[in-house]
Design a protein around this ligand. Structure first.
Ligand SMILES: Cc1ncc(COP(=O)(O)O)c(C=O)c1O
Length: 385
């Protein structure tokens, strides 16, 4: 460990406006199901450009409500990516639906539409694309596949708040059910929290009822018209969300600035963007395609083939720099191996990327000096590893 201050992987960005709105909630005494909830939903929906949005307790609970709204249940197969955070597959298991994984595109790291097409079978009822690391999935192709085969779509946009797809549409605004997450390391944070974009008014009403113990509008506290859950977000969290939406464009712009600093600092190490340079060298996240704009969530690099990732992580830790092997493939997690018999080797692109990926410190207020320190430490670690 050096004398310099340590650099964490992520750091939430909260300011005076967040404090002001949270204080307003505390002084109002309305801690849940109050005015901040509705305001957060309205502000978020307006910003994304959709009619409505349903705020819930997490990105995971938003996904669960999405699965239920689509009616996916026992034995139904849903095609999805193995290179994701575990929630995007777990939400199917909650309803006894079956995740059918298929391989990813090595450039975008998202569901490969060709592999998805090949994975659709007789029991397939839907597609669950994940907009991984803030890069919009290939929605035009996936929507065509869904239309051809009569499938539902649930978009997991937990990592892609504010991203824009290749057709210039903001992620979440294509008319499919889409979900977002606001955990403390996300682009917009509420501590814990999530948002579901319903596909129509009926779905919105169902989601609002299910998040609130199955109550119907106007029903008393002990009235429950259907099976429900406690997936509510508090007004304290919603207040944070309102302040974050107000600052969303500047928060996202600053993150893009830090990503650009990284690209410059890592260029001397021979780094190239995925799909552009030596695929066995140090690979950065892909450049935007068409009108697409990545919403920068994490700064993940793929280490050169043959580098010892554990040694790199240990070496960076010695320099006071946090890093993380990110992401492990879902199908290789113990629960999935046991339940579905995965052994490894099934999805070679996802597994290769997963084995080489490393998340570096990334947050809005990182300056040039901090980025340079990480890049130098990584270069030194790679020389040794
Ligand atoms: C792709 C993806 N899906 C779902 C989630 C779940 O969100 P939450 O942690 O808010 O439940 C996350 C969060 O980390 C995620 O990255």
């Amino acid at each position: 460990m050096t004398g310099s201050e340590s650099i964490p992987l992520a750091r939430p960005d909260l300011g005076d406006r967040e404090e002001e709105l949270v204080l307003e909630v505390l002084r109002s005494g309305r801690l849940s199901l109050g005015p901040m909830l509705e305001r957060f939903e309205r502000d978020f929906a307006d910003w994304i450009g959709v009619d409505d949005a349903v705020a819930v307790s997490s990105g995971t609970t938003a996904l669960h409500l999405g699965v239920r709204a689509l009616g996916w249940g026992e034995g139904d197969e849903v095609v999805t990516s193995p290179f994701s955070f575990v929630s995007s597959a777990n939400c199917l298991l909650y309803e006894d639906a079956v995740p059918v994984f298929c391989d990813i595109d090595p450039a975008t790291l998202n569901l490969d539409p060709e592999a998805a097409t090949a994975a659709v079978g007789e029991r397939t009822v839907g597609l669950l694309p994940v907009h991984i690391f803030g890069c919009a999935a290939a929605m035009p192709e996936l929507e065509q596949l869904a239309a051809d085969r009569g499938l539902g779509i649930l978009e997991d946009a937990a990592e892609a708040t504010g991203a824009v797809d290749e057709e210039g549409v903001r992620v979440g605004a294509r008319g499919n059910i889409a979900t977002f997450g606001f955990y403390a390391n996300k682009q917009l944070v509420t501590g814990e929290g999530g948002m579901a974009i319903p596909s129509d008014g009926e779905v919105a009403a169902l989601m609002r009822s299910e998040r609130n113990q199955g109550r119907a509008p106007g029903m008393g506290w002990l009235g429950h018209e259907r099976l429900g859950f406690n997936y509510r977000i508090t007004d304290i969290q919603a207040a944070l969300g309102i302040a974050q939406v107000e600052r969303a464009e500047s928060l996202l712009g600053e993150r893009a600035r830090v990503a650009e600093l990284y690209a410059q600092a890592l260029a001397p190490l021979g780094a190239a963007r995925a799909g552009e340079g030596d695929p066995d060298g140090l690979v950065l996240l892909s450049a935007d395609r068409g009108q697409a704009r990545r919403s920068w969530f994490v700064y993940v690099v793929q280490l050169p083939v043959g580098a010892n990732r554990d040694a790199v992580i240990a070496d960076l830790a010695d320099q006071g720099i946090d890093s993380k092997a990110y992401l492990p493939c879902i199908h290789l997690m113990p629960h999935y191996r046991e339940r579905f018999g995965f052994r490894g080797g099934e999805f070679p692109v996802a597994e290769r990327v997963s084995n080489r990926s490393l998340a570096l410190p990334f947050f809005r207020v990182m300056g040039e000096a901090e980025v340079a320190r990480v890049a130098q430490a990584l270069a030194a670690a790679l020389d040794k590893a």
